[in-house]
Each structure stands twice: as structure tokens, then as C-alpha cells.
Design a protein around this ligand. Structure first.
Ligand SMILES: N[C@@H](CCC[C@H](N)C(=O)O)C(=O)O
Length: 304
């Protein structure tokens, strides 16, 4: 039987980015995938997709907390996309997880571990607002990763549309713990991202696929961004994409290092800190409902 059967969950969102939070830290060791400190086996893609079904708890990302692997951390967190794939980073999801743990423990600062490394979170001055340190961006072509060498990842050779009049071209590419391509446009609404997104997500230049964003500079230190998320599709907000757009904008001289990013679901403040190169993301979360996973979900999907 799935570790998720009958297990409680919290449905939240970060600016409309649909997030389900599941805490397996108190689950019996074998159900949580191993003894505390010994790691946590991933859920199967079929299990994750079962939860994402309309009769389950549909989400863009499901954030699953396991016992800490590293002393001093509050949890090991796995991040799942609705197609069952696992991601290395999810800014909005981490802010949701942080708020759940802030509320349960009374702490105001937390450290989590994800596949992409350690990550700190702080409670904000206002209720339901928090800041997550997304770590340092990586710009090397192998780190993103790209399938072939590009010395300068501020604008790589990639375009769609007619060769002499491309519709989208020369994206900035970066890893925020997950792969991002940012296409610079005048108006993020003027392009059919629902059509181009899947082609670009699965373009052979991205061996691990990629999150695809359209970004426009819409004011002094203000960006507007829409994202086609890897493993999900169009979402109302993608925190790591906001970070990717912000660092790419600063890196290409379009803005300074602290910007407000407007996404379809609302605004995030992104600060690419000079002193340690880390990217800080601040924004709100919302609680929607609590529930328990119906075991029938997993039986129907014939998952373990
Ligand atoms: N919504 C997220 C990003 C989630 C992961 C992404 N789809 C991937 O596969 O890399 C965010 O807020 O950062």
C-alpha cells in the first residue's frame, strides 16, 4: 500500500502555484522510505500522478517532508511535479512548506535539505509572508544542463519560428537548482506559451528538459514573467522562474539585482545578494484546505 494512503495533506498555493504539502516525518520508518537520517526513497511516478488526479488533490507541485538527513536541518524535502517527475527546486512550494513548519513549531527560521542542497527560510514581517534563500544560480552549460557547450549562457543560440523572423530566440539560461530558459520579449501575453512551451521544454538542447519563461522588463527594476513549467504546463506562478528571470536580467544589464517580479498570480520580490551570490525570494502563501488521501486513489492506479 502507498505511504500516502490515508495520510493527511495540506492544500496551499503560492501566488496561485498549486501546492500540496505532505509531512511523512512521523510516518513509520519503512513507510517514510528509511530510518531517520538514512534517506528517503522517492514516491513512484504512478503514486504522484494518482494524487494529481481530479478526484485526488490536484497540484502543480507536491512537497513531501521526510526525516532530516543532515544534523541541524528541519526536514529533507522531495519535490514532485504533477506528471510524476521529481524537481530539484520549487520556490513557492518551499515557502508553503516553511509556513507549515513555522506554524507547527513557532520557529521563525528553518533549514531544509532538497536534492539541490541546503536551503534556509525565514518568516516575514507580515503573516503568511516568507523569504526563501534559493542558493546561488549556476550558469555553466554542464550545470544547467545543456546538451552542448555554450561559453556564454546569457543568450544561447536557440530559436523557434521562421529562420529569418524567429518568434522567440536567444534565451538566457540558468540553473536555480532546476533548469530554466528565459526568453526576452516586449509583451509576455503576445505569445502562445501554451503552444511553444511543450516544444521548448522538450527541445534536445535541454537533456533534463527545462522550465520555459517569457520575461519582459516592465519598469525600473520590475519584470513581468509567464512560465511553462517542466512536468506541469502553464502555471500562475513559478518562484524559481522568477529567480531565473531576475538573475538573467541583472546579468544582461537589463535591471539591478533587486527586482519585483509580476507573475499571473501576483508579485514576488527577488534579491540577488551581492555578498554571497545567493538569490532570496519573498512572497505570500495561502492555505486552502486540509484532507486525507483516499486509499482508493492508489488502488485504482495500481501503485505499490
Ligand atoms: N513551481 C516551482 C518550480 C517547480 C519545479 C519545476 N516545474 C521543475 O521541474 O523544475 C517554483 O515555484 O519554483
Amino acid at each position: 500500500m502507498s505511504a500516502l494512503a490515508n495520510h493527511p495533506f495540506v492544500k496551499m498555493n503560492g501566488l496561485g502555484n498549486e501546492i500540496v504539502v505532505v509531512d511523512l516525518r512521523g510516518a513509520p520508518a519503512q513507510r517514510a522510505g528509511g530510518a531517520p537520517g538514512a534517506g528517503a526513497a522517492p514516491l513512484s511516478p504512478a503514486e504522484v500522478r494518482a494524487v494529481a488526479r481530479p478526484e485526488g488533490a490536484p497540484f502543480d507541485q507536491m512537497m513531501v517532508l521526510y526525516p532530516p538527513r543532515t544534523p541541524g536541518t528541519d526536514a529533507f524535502v522531495r519535490i514532485y511535479n504533477s506528471d510524476g517527475s521529481e524537481a530539484g527546486a520549487c520556490g513557492n512550494g518551499m515557502r508553503c512548506v516553511a509556513d507549515v513548519v513555522f506554524a507547527a513549531t513557532g520557529k521563525t527560521a528553518l533549514t531544509f535539505e532538497t536534492r539541490a542542497g541546503l536551503l534556509n527560510a525565514w518568516k516575514g514581517a507580515e503573516p503568511l509572508v516568507s523569504t526563501v534563500d534559493m542558493g546561488a544560480p549556476r550558469f555553466g552549460w554542464r550545470d544547467i544542463p545543456l546538451a552542448e557547450e555554450f561559453r556564454d549562457t546569457r543568450a544561447i543560440e536557440l530559436q523557434i519560428g521562421p529562420i529569418d523572423a524567429p518568434v522567440l530566440h536567444s534565451p538566457s539560461v540558468v540553473s536555480m537548482g532546476n533548469p530554466h530558459a528565459v526568453f526576452w520579449v516586449d509583451d509576455v501575453m503576445a505569445h502562445d506559451l501554451g503552444r511553444f512551451g511543450p516544444m521548448l521544454e522538450n527541445h534536445p538542447i535541454f537533456p533534463d528538459r527545462a522550465n520555459i519563461s517569457l520575461a519582459a522588463v516592465t519598469g525600473p527594476d520590475h519584470l513581468t514573467v509567464r512560465t511553462w513549467e517542466r512536468g506541469v504546463g502553464l502555471t500562475r506562478a513559478c518562484g524559481s522562474a522568477a529567480c531565473a528571470a531576475a538573475v538573467s536580467a541583472a546579468r544582461t544589464g537589463r535591471t539591478g539585482r533587486r527586482v519585483r517580479v509580476t507573475l499571473p498570480g501576483g508579485d514576488l520580490v527577488i534579491d540577488w545578494r551581492e555578498r554571497d551570490d545567493h538569490v532570496l525570494m519573498t512572497g505570500p502563501v495561502e492555505y486552502e484546505r486540509e484532507g486525507r488521501f483516499d486509499p482508493a486513489l492508489f488502488a485504482a492506479a495500481s501503485v505499490p
